[in-house]
Design a protein around this ligand. Structure first.
Ligand code: BJW
Length: 254
C-alpha cells in the first residue's frame, strides 16, 4: 500500500500514469468535497448522517412522496449551483488532455451528479448516476435543463401533467445502459485504473474496481481514508484529491 506521506511512492504512481496510454478513472463524492459539496457516508459530515437515504434517495420514496424527494433534490441543487471545480477536477482534465494529445485517453466514470468534471474541462464524462442538472418528465420521458423547471410548487410538473424528477439514479433503479457499457469498455481496455473519492460500497459502480483488479492492471486509490478496496488495490495514496492529483501531474511532467 502506498501512502502520500512517502514521496517516492507517489513518484511511482506518477511514473505509471506517465507510461500509460489508456487510463480509466472512477470518481465519487470525495472528488467534489473540496468544492464544498457534501459527501454521503462520512461520519458527522456526510449527508446520510443527517438524512435517511431510504426516505430521499430510493425509488420507492419518490413514488410514495414525490414532494419531499423533489424538494430535497432542489435543495441539493442549490448547494452545487454555486460550486466551482477544485484543483482535483482541473488536474484530471489536464491529465485527459495530455493523454489525448499523445493519442491515448482518460475515461472519467463518475458517480457524481454535480457536473463539476465538465465545468473543470474534462470531456466525455460517463455519468453513472445521472445529473441533477437535467430533470425528466415521468409521464413522457422528456428531459429539460433545470433552469427550465418551474419550482414554484412541489413536486414540479410538466405541461403534460407528469412529475418532473431529477435525471439521477436512485437506489433500486437501473443505471443508464449506455453509461454501463461505456464504463465497462473503458475498464476492460485501460492499462491503469484510478478510484478517487469514493467509499466503494455502492454497486454496480464499485464493481468496476473489482473488474480492474481482476484484469491485473495497476489500480490506484486516492482517498484520505481507507475503504473496503484499500487492501486490494495496488497503491493507495492517502490524501485529498485536490492535493494528490495536482502533485501527480506535477511529477508526471518533471
Ligand atoms: C475524499 C475527500 C477528498 C472525502 N478527496 N476523497 C451488490 C451488493 C449490495 C447491494 C447492491 C449490489 N448491487 C446493487 C445493490 C443495491 C444498491 C447498493 O449498492 N446498495 C449498497 C449501498 C448496499 N445499488 C443500487 O440500488 C443501484 N441500482 C441497481 O443496482 O439497480 C439494479 C436493478 C436491477 C433491476 C431493476 C432495478 C434495479 C443504484 C445506486 C444508485 C446510488 N444513488 C446515489 C444517490 C444519487 C443521487 C444523489 O446524489 O443523491 O448515488 S446513493 C450515493 O452513493 C450517490 C453516490 O453516487 C453513491 C456513492 O457514494 P460515494 O460517491 O462513494 O460517496 P461516499 O460519501 O460514500 O464516499 C465519499 C468518499 O470520499 C469517502 O471514502 C471519503 O473518505 C472520500 N473523501 N473527502 C478524496 N477531499
Amino acid at each position: 500500500m502506498t501512502d502520500i506521506a512517502h514521496p517516492h511512492k507517489i513518484e511511482h504512481v506518477a511514473e505509471l500514469l506517465r507510461n500509460a496510454t489508456r487510463i480509466a478513472v472512477l470518481t465519487g463524492a470525495g472528488m467534489s468535497a473540496e468544492s464544498g459539496i457534501e459527501t454521503f457516508r462520512q461520519p458527522q459530515t456526510g449527508l446520510w448522517a443527517r438524512y435517511n437515504p431510504m426516505e430521499l434517495a430510493h425509488v420507492d420514496a419518490l413514488a410514495r412522496d414525490p414532494k419531499t424527494v423533489t424538494e430535497w433534490y432542489h435543495w441539493r441543487f442549490s448547494k452545487c449551483a454555486d460550486a466551482k471545480p477544485n484543483p482535483g477536477h482541473e488536474a484530471l482534465a489536464r491529465l485527459q488532455q495530455l493523454k489525448r494529445d499523445a493519442g491515448g485517453d482518460v475515461a472519467v466514470l463518475t458517480q457524481n451528479i454535480d457536473g463539476l468534471h465538465q465545468v473543470g474541462g474534462a470531456r466525455d464524462i460517463v455519468e453513472l448516476h445521472g445529473s441533477i442538472l437535467r430533470w425528466r418528465c415521468q409521464k413522457t420521458g422528456e428531459m429539460r435543463p433545470i433552469r427550465e423547471v418551474d419550482f414554484s410548487s412541489f413536486p414540479p410538473t410538466s405541461e403534460a401533467g407528469g412529475v418532473l424528477r431529477p435525471d439521477i439514479v436512485l437506489f433500486g433503479e437501473m443505471l443508464p445502459i449506455d453509461a454501463l457499457e461505456a464504463a465497462e469498455r473503458a475498464v476492460m481496455s485501460c492499462d491503469v485504473f484510478l478510484t478517487i473519492g469514493t467509499s466503494a460500497v455502492v454497486y454496480p459502480a464499485a464493481g468496476y474496481i473489482d473488474l480492474a483488479i481482476s484484469r491485473g492492471v495497476p489500480t490506484v486509490e486516492i482517498n484520505p481514508d481507507a475503504t473496503p478496496m484499500t487492501g486490494s488495490v495496488s497503491h493507495a495514496l492517502r490524501g485529498p484529491s485536490g492535493a494528490v492529483l495536482p502533485e501527480l501531474l506535477r511529477r508526471m511532467r518533471d
